[in-house]
Ligand binder design. Structure first.
Ligand code: IMP
Ligand code: MG
Length: 178
């Protein structure tokens, strides 16, 4: 079992499993026949997933524009609460198909906030791709159009996801055992 920063990490999804799944997701996105597609990576947690997914999209012939938005959710401990926009995209989304990429869909508050913002701005459609879906924690009526894996109810790290900015560098997704 990997030891990182003095902690034991139990692997949930290996780098190989994630890479294979990213290619499946890219093919599904390609079948969506999006028009004037703008991909928006929701920072910070999605940066590695988005980087891999957009390259898998390239491999299957999808040619998106790519943007970044930074949002933050404040709440007690690891529970997400109020969502705040920290850094906006630069692009005009009106009339465009938008694909939001996030690391994990949990309560749904983060993705609902960004989706509603893009719809208010006149996006033609807003779809959602997430690596992980922790559906037992959902508190909104939002669902992902493209999802990598159903996630067990652990606080997970790696592949961009952190605890206090640690563990983002791991090429796999796991949870901290001790
Ligand atoms: P939601 O707003 O509750 O759906 O939470 C989504 C955001 O919370 C994600 O974009 C993640 O950045 C963060 N998050 C939720 N669960 C985890 C986790 O298990 N590990 C790391 N980050 C998480
Ligand atoms: Mg996030």
């Amino acid at each position: 079992m990997p030891e990182v920063g003095g902690k034991t990490i139990e692997t949930l999804f290996s780098a190989e499993d994630i890479a294979a799944r990213n290619l499946d997701l890219a093919r599904q996105i390609s079948d969506g026949h999006f028009h004037d597609l703008l991909v928006i990576s929701i920072l910070k947690g999605s940066f590695i997933f988005a980087a891999d997914l957009i390259r898998a999209m390239h491999d299957v012939g999808v040619e998106p524009h790519v943007e970044f938005i930074t949002v933050s959710s404040y709440g007690a401990g690891t529970e997400s609460g109020q969502v705040r926009l920290l850094r906006d995209i630069d692009s005009d989304v009106s009339g465009r198909d938008v694909l939001l990429i996030d690391d994990i869909l949990e309560s749904g508050k983060t993705l609902k906030f960004v989706r509603d913002l893009m719809l208010e701005r006149g996006a033609r459609s807003v779809s959602i791709a997430v690596l992980l879906d922790k559906s037992v924690r959902r508190k909104t009526d939002i669902e992902a159009d493209f999802k990598g894996f159903e996630c067990p109810d652990y606080f997970v790290v790696g592949y961009g996801m952190d605890v206090g900015h640690a563990f983002r560098q791991l090429p796999f997704v796991g949870w901290v055992k001790d």
